[in-house]
Design a protein around this ligand. Sequence first.
Ligand SMILES: [Zn+2]
Ligand SMILES: [Zn+2]
Length: 331
Amino acid sequence: MDGKSQTKRGQGVVQWGLSVPFILMHFVPLGALWVDVSAMDWALCGVLYVVGMFFVTAGYHRYFSHRAFKTSRWMQFILAFGAQTSAQKGALWWSSHHRHHHRHSDQDDDVHSPRHGFWWSHVGWILSDRYMHTDYDAIKDMAKYPELRFLNRYHILPSVFLGSLCFLTGGWGALCIGFFLSRILLYHGTFLVNSLAHVIGRPRYDTGDDSKNSWIIAMLTLGEGWHNNHHHYQSSTTQGFYWWEIDMTYAALKVMAWMGLVWDLRRPSDRFRATNWLNGPETEVPTLLSDLPSLPSLPSLPELPAFPELPDMADLQELSSPPTPSVQSGR
Ligand SMILES: [Zn+2]
Ligand SMILES: [Zn+2]
């Protein structure tokens, strides 16, 4: 797509006709009311959510959008295929729009800034006709691989493959709950990073945008909630910069690095992560609790009646000990 067509949000229009399949998908899990759903189907939903989220964060985001680590061409293909089982379009489409977000974060041209409306940033822009094609100019480094271009063109294939696999092995319950419900949760888990991670939480770095660090979003998205860190250092493989900023995607990538599947993982140096703070290290403790609503203060307890004063221990000892007999000596 040319640069001019990806312009201000005001020019984007929700294309209801093209959005029907996406909207209808949200009703598919209700099919569970008519089909047998087993505990295995719910477990499948949980597993497919976690695995899918890993491919979204490690694949779409950290690898294709930011080149935050290196890997082989085979693993690159697997990352794209795995990410596209989430039905969030092609890896090239996803990362070209994400790069655009970083170039124009929370400015007029940002594709999905909450400043243009929360629902617009969460889901509206995806339903817009303006952002349905891929800006190949923004993703030339990845678009040079024909297999990625093929996957981008037929982006629905990986999700159809996974959905079919669920149906063939687990039946309707696995399809409705294992596959469709986990895709819907994956949509909104991923979209939270575009919407809520620019609204709730705390910013550590002065990044010139509204990005925040939010542990709730980090838990739901395997580490993507440390979004202000990410805007500070986009090509870092880890988005948690301190030990308490749990980043499960990075942990999994570390394991893959030990196995030789990926390499050149990046972390911020101590010096870099200490630069450009908005306030200072003393704000760190509240960062942990910043997402929690403040608790109501407890009512104070009624004053207890004062106990009668106890006698001193020394006095008690004196009272209880028998008088010392006086020793008389004499001839
Ligand atoms: Zn952002
Ligand atoms: Zn990013």
